[in-house]
Design a protein around this ligand. Structure first.
Ligand code: FRU
Length: 479
């Protein structure tokens, strides 16, 4: 009855060294992880799936790894949900999303297929369904595939995001048109999740250098009555301080016209300004918050943990909000459940450089508030080992720009946040990652760091005396 294909447990990659293993982020039990998939709430649990290659710390034939949680921060590993190799997914079970209908959990995912073994450049893609009644064991639908690519499409045709609107189901896909080579989002409609009608492209890039040539991992959600399509464009060219990563994670705000099958939208903007964020997906929680996870890396990044038998992690759950007409993120309120002890709580005037040491510095949340009335200077926070800065955050009130430096990266990352009179920064440090949330959704930076020297020093620096509130909490896995 269930999908009988199983992984070969004896071949699963083994963790040989725990030095970079995260404490409180989703990661594999061994093997490679990329995109988050199928985020949903089903029968009392949040479920998150992820692109998974169990047999090595390299990208390979994609499976869906699976974890669940009651509270979005304490996760339980479950058996691998989707294993590739059936006729509908010969080369991999690529990214997709989930939806609950009539007490049944449906996963809609991309089947990836190679024309020839050993040639990864030439492939074709289709869309498939798997379902579960217990949220643990999945059956692939026996009439897969449910969607084949339209004839005017290139080979890129993947990453379905499904949602319900009225009594109908809708699904969007990331794709690239064959003739024009433009990125586009394709729309499908269904009344049973199994039979889908093609409605055409709802959005298309007008300039591949500015908007990308393929929009991977589309996401659809609503914030404050506005419709939003988020996607991960490949091929955007750097524009001064923006779009410096190989691939980006972006959002368009607009209006989704279901009748005309059109998405009228503003220009795209970045969802995260850091070096290590890609392919995010979100989901509307039962209490009405749109929560997002991203992949804590991307294909062009070095991943020193590969030497230890694993690669990649997911970010913390983040709530999506609108901030100054852009989509921003703040830590989901559940992240407070990770606090196991307050280690600093003080308000003082900081003048120049001030060092802080905390117990267990690799598992700490920093909550910093700088009062900046009429202050034209700079403030910074940095995490350093005894040799060099690992991650350095700097805000320059003159230019209104935040800069984040990551050791080992050739270029810094930037975001313009204007001239607020108060700067609030929440920073989550885990064993090999740092997430920096600036002014409640104004900018978020997702960064990884690697150190074998655990004597870490935190420094807060100001170019003039300013009143600063500093709170720090140790984070862990209580309960
Ligand atoms: C994005 C992506 C998706 C694809 C998956 C394959 O990182 O390339 O488009 O479904 O990864 O692992």
């Amino acid at each position: 009855m269930f999908n009988l294909r199983k992984i070969d447990e004896s071949r699963v990659a083994k963790i040989s060294n725990t030095r970079y293993r995260e404490y409180y982020h989703i990661q594999t039990p061994g093997g490679w992880l990329n995109d988050p998939n199928g985020f949903c709430f089903f029968k009392g649990y949040y479920h998150v799936f992820y692109q998974y290659h169990p047999y090595s710390a390299e990208w390979g034939p994609m499976h869906w790894g699976h974890v669940r949680s009651k509270d979005l921060v304490h996760w339980e590993n479950l058996p691998v949900a989707l294993v590739p190799g059936d006729p509908e997914d010969t080369g991999g079970c690529f990214s997709g999303s989930a939806i609950v209908k009539d007490n049944r959990l449906y996963l809609i995912y991309t089947g990836h297929h190679y024309y020839e073994d050993g040639d990864q450049e030439h492939f074709w893609e289709n869309q498939n369904v798997a379902y579960s009644d217990d949220g643990i064991h999945f059956t692939k639908y026996d009439h897969n595939p449910i969607i084949e690519a339209p004839t005017d499409n290139s080979q890129d045709f993947r990453d379905p995001k499904v949602w319900q609107h009225g009594d109908q189901y809708y699904l969007i896909l990331g794709s690239r048109a064959q003739e024009t080579n433009r990125a586009r989002i394709l729309l499908y409609q269904s009344d049973d999740l199994l039979h889908w009608q093609y409605k055409g492209p709802v959005a298309e890039s007008t300039n591949n250098q500015l908007e990308g040539s393929m929009w991977e991992c589309p996401d659809f959600f609503r914030l404050n009555g506005q419709d939003i399509i988020a996607c991960s464009p490949m091929g955007i060219q750097p524009q001064r301080h923006r779009f410096l990563n190989l691939n980006q994670s972006t959002a368009f705000i607009g209006h989704f016209d279901y009748q005309q099958a059109q998405f009228i939208h503003n220009d795209l903007h970045l969802l995260d300004y850091g070096h290590n964020f890609y392919a995010p997906q979100s989901f509307l929680t039962p209490d009405g918050r749109q929560i997002q996870f991203g992949w804590f890396s991307s294909f062009d990044q070095a991943m020193p943990e590969q030497a230890d038998g694993w690669a990649g992690a997911l970010t913390l759950p983040r709530e999506l909000i609108l901030h100054d007409d852009q989509v921003g993120t703040i830590p989901a309120q559940e992240t407070e459940l990770l606090r196991v002890g307050e280690v600093i709580n003080t308000t003082k005037i900081i003048n120049r450089s001030h060092q802080f040491t905390v117990p267990d510095p690799q598992h700490t949340e920093w909550d910093l508030t700088f009062d900046l009335p009429d202050y034209g200077g700079q403030v910074s926070w940095q995490l350093a080992n005894s040799d060099h800065a690992l991650i350095a955050f700097n805000y320059d009130q003159g230019s209104g720009e935040v800069t984040v430096h990551q050791h080992n990266q050739e270029t810094d990352r930037y975001a313009s946040i204007g001239h607020p009179t108060q700067l609030q920064v929440r920073i989550f440090v885990d064993t090999s990652s740092v997430e920096i949330f600036v002014n409640n959704g104004a900018a978020t930076f997702t960064e990884r760091y690697y150190t074998n020297d655990q004597t870490l020093i935190n420094t807060i620096d100001t170019s003039k005396p300013i009143t600063t509130t500093i709170k720090a909490y140790n984070l862990g896995m209580k309960g």
